[in-house]
Design a protein around this ligand. Structure first.
Ligand SMILES: Nc1ncnc2c1ncn2[C@@H]1O[C@H](COP(=O)(O)OP(=O)(O)OP(=O)(O)O)[C@@H](O)[C@H]1O
Length: 299
């Protein structure tokens, strides 16, 4: 059975709009499906469990942004049953969609999902009891996620379809207030002491924050996470280097280091906000484990 979970407020209303398009196509095709709209934060996870356990759904299409996918995947794994994941992008960032080469066009996206021609099995990142599909970040980017999600400008910039601008404005704000600190990073048992750490990003896909390529060599199905660490750089130096992150050119920056691993821990001098797929989930100490090939996706 096919199921849809629609976040109507994703992308400031784009979720509802996109569902309207999909509903017409499904009706034309006389498709049999279940659909549920989310009414509050966190509900997509509960709905996913209900669809799988009570309605026999074995393929869930998340209509929304990265936060919606994050919740749906956690629901799928909470149910303990195998369930295919499809996604029609309707968020403001849509990193998952970009990272997996999904179509931006709802019509094409749903056709691909229904035809099941493009399937793959991806890794997930397990963090302090939750799962992330795209990335996990501690420090500067955790603070940026916290600031963006709480900001009033996110709403009105989203309304103008300028979701990326909201994120960038938060980056600038945090850049001038954030205090770097010492971090102990452990990657597969190897310990690194990082002085004046700005950020530690742990990624399953290259795409991040709605269009950046923080870990350009991350591969979603190789059983490894790519880790990007930025440290020992001044505010102005960081601001100057920041545009490089959009093309991946920061890989050559002397203050940016990369690691690869399956089990990662981050311990910091003071608690740092941790985001998973852009949603604040915790604070350090952070433990991340790659769960290889644990989610089938299509589209
Ligand atoms: N009816 C609702 N009212 C308010 N919030 C909701 C509702 N349904 C879901 N949410 C919450 O909306 C948040 C944002 O959803 P989502 O991430 O999918 O969209 P987005 O932020 O526009 O996109 P992206 O993460 O790709 O930038 C999630 O945290 C989700 O829990």
């Amino acid at each position: 059975m096919l199921g849809f979970i629609v976040n109507p407020v994703a992308g400031n209303g784009k979720g509802k709009e996109v569902w309207g398009v999909l509903e017409q196509i499904l009706r034309q095709q006389e498709a049999v499906y279940r659909v549920r709209e989310t009414s509050r934060e966190g509900e997509a996870q509960t709905i996913a469990v209900e669809l799988i356990e009570k309605e026999g759904v074995n393929k869930i299409v998340a209509v929304g942004g990265d936060g919606t996918i994050h919740e749906v995947v956690n629901g799928i794994h909470q149910s303990g049953k195998a369930c295919m994941l499809g996604h029609v992008a309707a968020g403001s960032g849509n990193d998952f969609s970009r990272g997996h080469g999904l179509s931006n066009d709802p019509e094409e996206a749903i056709e691909r999902i229904l035809s099941e021609k493009r399937e793959k099995v991806i890794d997930l990142l397990k963090i302090n009891g939750r799962l992330a599909v795209n990335s996990v970040g501690a420090g500067f980017d955790g603070q940026v996620a916290k600031t963006t999600n709480a900001a009033s400008y996110k709403k009105w910039l989203n309304r103008m379809r300028l979701g990326k601008a909201a994120y960038l404005w938060s980056v600038i704000r945090v850049l001038f207030t954030y205090q770097p600190c010492e971090v102990k990073l452990t990657v597969d048992g190897e310990v690194f002491f990082v002085e004046k750490a700005w950020l530690i990003a742990i990624a399953n896909i290259p795409n991040y924050g709605g269009g950046m390529l923080i870990c350009p060599r991350a591969v979603a199905d190789d059983g490894m996470a790519e880790i990007c660490v930025v440290n020992d750089v001044g505010r102005w130096g960081l601001l100057r280097a920041f545009p490089q992150i959009f093309t991946g050119a920061h890989v050559n920056h002397p203050k940016v280091s990369f690691f690869r691993g399956k089990k990662i821990t981050v311990e910091a001098q003071r608690p740092l906000f941790v985001h998973a797929d852009g949603e604040i989930v915790d604070s350090t100490p952070l433990r991340v484990e790659v769960i290889p090939k644990s989610q089938r996706i299509c589209g």
